[in-house]
Design a protein around this ligand. Structure first.
Ligand SMILES: [Zn+2]
Length: 95
């Protein structure tokens, strides 16, 4: 009689965690940190929302499309694009 061990139960692969690059506090590979969504729509890309980014080197804050957050360079000290205008929509949410 031979016992066959199936060993490790399969389906142990649960790599379904999405890499969320637009969550506040996310820091991309260039030291650019997501401050949060401004809620404003992108002026250059349909369906995109502008996020407020802050450079961890020079402290500059600027706007970036959600899809650009991951590879964004600082416009101030890394030669990145100027990016999207930051509109102070946060004030509208205060009350
Ligand atoms: Zn910078």
């Amino acid at each position: 009689m031979k016992l066959t061990y199936t060993g490790v139960k399969g389906s142990g692969i649960k790599g379904g965690k999405r890499a969320v690059t637009t969550e506040p506090g996310f820091r991309n590979g260039r030291g650019q940190v997501v401050v949060g969504s401004t809620g404003a729509r992108s002026t250059s890309r349909a369906g995109q929302v502008i996020y407020r980014m802050r450079c961890s080197f020079c402290g500059l804050e600027y706007g970036a499309n959600g899809i650009d957050v991951h590879g964004r360079c600082c416009p101030g000290c890394q030669g990145g694009e100027t990016g999207e205008p930051l509109r102070e929509t946060e004030q509208a949410r205060l009350f």
